[in-house]
Design a protein around this ligand. Structure first.
Ligand code: IMP
Length: 434
């Protein structure tokens, strides 16, 4: 079967927080359907326009564009408590949301006891903590794969309450075995019972929206000629298979995740937009070869406002890592490259970029899966900086010469031209390749 109309995919090439929300928002006018395919409320996609700022956790970033349909796919994990808060923060009425937001009945639920279990697992790891956002992502996906998870569609069945209680008891038992004192637990500054009650209220909000068979819905939309964008969350370096395991999230963050998380055949994927930030950040634990521990790292953190939009945690900051980027471009089959936050480098006399790694006495351009971080050193190239307000520029070609040189180096390394450069948080701060 030949598919004429294909879905484009947009995803992060680093450790998340590449500025995906803003780019989807900029690209959305080209699309009539935006769909999330994995992750859940661990994501925080920030959108800024008309002097307003919104953070989306589970809802696709097309929600602010009239006439754009938004789908939460089967690959997403959904927390009704957080979902209700998110809906209320948007300032969009329920009738409008009912028209523009569609949720897969196959999406799995994050139960309150999944969050509890997430905390219990993190505590039990001692020094080996993942640095999870503690939103219950890992335990919810664990239940899905272990075939004892709860899908949204089941919540309308008469057996729902019984199964809920059975899963909750199992989670509580596990948490207790891990030595976690659940009686003292508070979630979102509430005791467990109050949180649970709010969670069920959230479920009512979800019931008032439209539930769909999202794989049929998106394939039909494509057959009907609609332009569709699949919106990824987190980033390639946090992928469950190809990230720095176990310091990863629990879903497939790469382009293949769009196939399984939405029911799209591989031959239905069109362009793959890969987003990178002009430098790197990482939240939580795990290897980060170009991490800075000095005032240059502090400068990136402060100028780039690198504090988690979901957890508020300071992000670890470092130079752009070209070997990791090349790996991500390969895994995703990126066809269009987009760079964000170049304005954060403004005013730096010099900055650096990692072009390869030194591993023992070898020079390598990928991370061996069992590598010892203590033996790995990034090989850094120093780049000349620039000092001007990039918001005055209208095209990529006009940008200052040192920045052009930086772009050329990245393009040569990964073998793709830069299609979009973002020079600030607002929709208007976006330059296209002319
Ligand atoms: P979890 O997905 O909450 O279990 O977190 C696993 C790891 O992925 C932790 O290091 C988190 O900080 C990181 N992580 C999860 N979601 C995001 C995200 O949206 N942006 C950046 N890092 C994330």
């Amino acid at each position: 079967m030949r598919f004429e109309n294909k879905a484009d995919v947009l995803l992060g090439l680093q450790w998340g927080d590449e500025g995906k929300g803003k780019i989807v928002d900029v690209l959305t006018p080209r699309y009539q359907l935006v769909a999330r395919f994995q992750g859940g409320p661990n994501a925080g996609h920030t959108l800024e326009f008309e002097n307003k700022k919104f953070i989306l956790h589970t809802i696709p970033s097309g929600i602010f564009h009239d006439g754009c349909q938004n789908v939460i796919g089967n690959g997403v994990v959904l927390d009704p408590f957080i979902f209700k808060q998110e809906v209320e923060s948007l300032g969009i009425g329920m009738p409008q949301l009912k028209k523009n937001l569609f949720i897969s009945g196959k999406a799995h639920l994050i139960l309150p006891s999944h969050r509890l279990l997430d905390a219990a697992y993190e505590c039990s790891r001692g020094k080996q903590k993942i640095g999870s956002t503690l939103k219950g992502i890992g335990p919810a996906y664990t239940d899905k794969i272990a075939r004892c998870g709860m899908r949204l569609a089941e919540t309308l069945s008469p057996a729902f309450r019984e199964k809920y209680q059975e899963r909750k008891n199992a989670h509580m038992k596990l948490a207790r075995n891990l030595g976690y004192n659940i009686e003292e637990l508070r979630l979102e500054e509430m005791d467990f019972e109050a949180y649970e009650a709010a969670w069920f209220k959230g479920l009512e909000t979800i019931w008032s929206l439209t539930q769909i068979e999202s794989e049929i819905f998106v394939n039909q939309a494509l057959d009907d000629g609609l332009k569709m964008l699949a919106e990824g969350a987190q980033g390639t370096q946090l992928d469950i298979d190809f990230g720095s395991y176990p310091f990863v999230t629990s879903s497939s963050t790469i382009a293949a995740g769009a196939c399984t998380g939405l029911g799209l055949a591989p031959s239905r994927i069109g362009e793959v937009y890969g987003i990178l930030k002009a430098y790197c950040t990482r939240v939580g634990s795990g290897p980060f070869p170009t991490e800075l521990f000095d005032e240059e790292g502090d400068r990136l953190r402060n100028s780039g406002n690198e504090f988690g939009s979901t957890t508020g945690r300071p992000r670890r900051c470092g130079w752009l890592d070209l070997p990791a980027l090349k790996y991500a471009v390969m895994l995703n089959g990126v066809t269009k490259l987009i760079m964000t936050k170049v304005d954060v480098l403004n005013g730096m006399k010099n900055f650096k970029v990692c072009t390869a790694y030194e591993y023992g006495d070898q020079r390598v351009d990928y991370l061996p899966s069992d590598y010892d971080p203590d033996k790995l050193k990034p090989i850094l190239q120093t780049m000349e900086g620039w000092d001007c307000d990039l918001k005055d520029f209208k095209t990529i070609q006009e940008l200052p010469a040192p920045l052009q040189e930086y772009l050329n180096l990245i393009e040569a390394h990964v073998g793709l031209p830069m299609e979009i450069v973002s020079t600030g948080p607002d929709r208007t701060h976006t330059l296209f390749n002319q």
